[in-house]
Ligand binder design. Structure first.
Ligand SMILES: [Zn+2]
Length: 178
C-alpha cells in the first residue's frame, strides 16, 4: 500500500491551552492560530494526528474515559472549524504513577517515538516525509527519533509555523492540485 505524508501535533499547549492536567471540557480553549493551522493542513489534504503524553491517567488525576471525552470534543471542534483530526494516540504512563506498571519505562511516552510508529503503521504513513510539531523538546526529540522533520512551537501563533512547514515541506506537492 502506498504511504503518504502526514502532520503530527502535540496536543497540550500546541493545539489547546493547558495550565496543568487538562481534561475538563469547560476549560477547552484553542491556542492562537490553532484553528487556522488545522484548516491549512486539512485543505492541503494532509492527515493530521495528535500524539500526546497523558500522564494524568497514570497519576490518577483523571481517567482514560475523561480524556476520550475531552478528545471527542476537540475533534468535533476541529471539524466544525473546517479542520480535521484523523486520529489521536496517547501515552497514559507516568514515572510518578503509584501503579508500578504505569510507572515503568514505556515505549510511548515522548520523547520515545512509539506513538508515532503506531500511527504510521495503522494509517500507512511515510514518517520520513512527515512533520512533527510540539511545544516541548520531547516532542521534537520524538519526531527526530522517528526520522521526521520536527519543529518546536515556541508560543505565538501556531498558524505562522504551520505556513512555514507547508512552504518548506509540502508546497511543491500541493501546487497544481487546485
Ligand atoms: Zn507510555
Amino acid at each position: 500500500m502506498p504511504q503518504k505524508p502526514a502532520i503530527f501535533l502535540d496536543r497540550d499547549n500546541t493545539l489547546i491551552h493547558d495550565d496543568g492536567y487538562i481534561f475538563e471540557i469547560e476549560k477547552f480553549a484553542w491556542i492562537t492560530g490553532a484553528v487556522a493551522a488545522l484548516r491549512r493542513f486539512h485543505q492541503a489534504g494532509l492527515p493530521v494526528f495528535i500524539v500526546t503524553n497523558q500522564g494524568g491517567i497514570g497519576r490518577g488525576i483523571f481517567t482514560e474515559s475523561d480524556m476520550h471525552n475531552f478528545n471527542h470534543h476537540l475533534i468535533d471542534a476541529a471539524e466544525k472549524a473546517g479542520g480535521g483530526i484523523t486520529d489521536i494516540a496517547f501515552c497514559p504512563h507516568h514515572p510518578l504513577s503509584p501503579d508500578p506498571v504505569m510507572a515503568a519505562a514505556c515505549r510511548c511516552r515522548k520523547p520515545e517515538p512509539g506513538l508515532l510508529f503506531d500511527l504510521a503503521q495503522k494509517w500507512q504513513i511515510d514518517l520520513g516525509a512527515s512533520v512533527m510539531i510540539g511545544d516541548r523538546d520531547s516532542d521534537v526529540e520524538a519526531g527526530k527519533r522517528a526520522d521526521m522533520a520536527a519543529y518546536l512551537f515556541d508560543r505565538g501563533d501556531l498558524d505562522q509555523l504551520a505556513k512555514q512547514v507547508m512552504d518548506r515541506h509540502f508546497t511543491a506537492k500541493t501546487d497544481g492540485s487546485k
